[in-house]
Ligand binder design. Structure first.
Ligand code: SAM
Length: 244
């Protein structure tokens, strides 16, 4: 049977296409793309002539049986999204699950991803971190999600559309308090920039000048000191001995 390759594409800088990604897109039988017109530009740039088929959030259910049948017949398929890693806040996971269920080989390629690229230059703790992706937009649902996240001691990473960054930062600050945070703007592009500060400072900045694509990263909650009554007595005694 054929292999399903998961192929990352650049998040703004064409030079971030890996040699292996180009070779894979060249040699597979078919490319399943989130937006075939968008991907065609990438294929033209790298002189790749492989045929495409659309695979996006609105045709996932009808396409999956078709793609699985092609894989079973021996064709190899590369799945790509518009930018970065497939499945990461992008189409892909249902196809991967279906391929695994059908016992078909799934091969992921490493490559561009906005979240981890932002994280390593943020200055915030790189681990543990929690990748959240896009918050729900409905205010009540968003608030419930943020309330759960507020207790996390891990760095939290959000994606957001350019038009909603200031509003989303305001919602985060209302629940998280005024923590340290970082905005990574236009990664890998001409106007790449990191804005670091308290959430209230970033909100002021965002209302003034938020343009382009953003990753939002927020410092984790301060570790909660254990309450004395939660600590078993033997440990309390041991702590007294240790501390002289
Ligand atoms: N699959 C992609 C990945 O692996 O990063 C993410 C796709 S998601 C639909 C798009 C979101 O990712 C944007 O709204 C933004 O939050 C983030 N993003 C993508 N490219 C970016 C860039 N060049 N700079 C900053 N954020 C970016």
């Amino acid at each position: 049977s054929g292999t399903l390759f998961l192929v990352p594409t650049p998040i703004g800088n064409l030079d971030d296409m890996t040699v292996r990604a180009v070779k894979t897109l060249q040699t597979v039988d078919l490319i399943a793309a989130e937006d075939t017109r968008n991907t065609q530009k990438l294929l033209n740039h790298f002189e790749i002539e492989t045929k495409q088929i659309s695979f996006h959030e609105h045709n996932t259910q009808q396409r999956i049986p078709e793609l699985i049948a092609k894989l079973q017949s021996g064709l190899s398929i590369a799945q790509v999204s518009d930018a970065g890693m497939p499945s990461i806040s992008d189409p892909g996971k249902e196809l991967v699950a279906a391929a695994i269920a059908a016992n078909l080989p799934v091969v992921p390629l490493p490559g561009a991803n906005a979240a981890t690229t932002a994280l390593i230059a943020s200055g915030l703790a790189p681990q543990p971190f929690m990748f959240y992706g896009f918050l729900p937009r409905k205010a009540s649902v968003q608030k419930a999600e943020l309330t759960k996240l507020a207790q996390q001691e891990q760095t939290v990473i959000f994606y957001e559309s350019p038009y909603r960054v200031a509003k989303t930062l305001t919602a985060i600050q209302a629940i998280f308090g005024d923590r340290q945070a970082v905005l990574a703007r236009e990664l890998t592009k001409l106007h790449e920039e990191f804005i670091r500060g308290s959430l209230s400072e970033l909100i002021d900045w965002a209302f003034e000048s938020a343009r382009g694509e953003f990753v939002i990263m927020v410092q984790g909650a301060d570790p909660v000191a254990p309450v004395a009554s939660d600590v078993p007595l033997v440990d309390q005694v041991q702590a007294l001995i240790d501390n002289g």
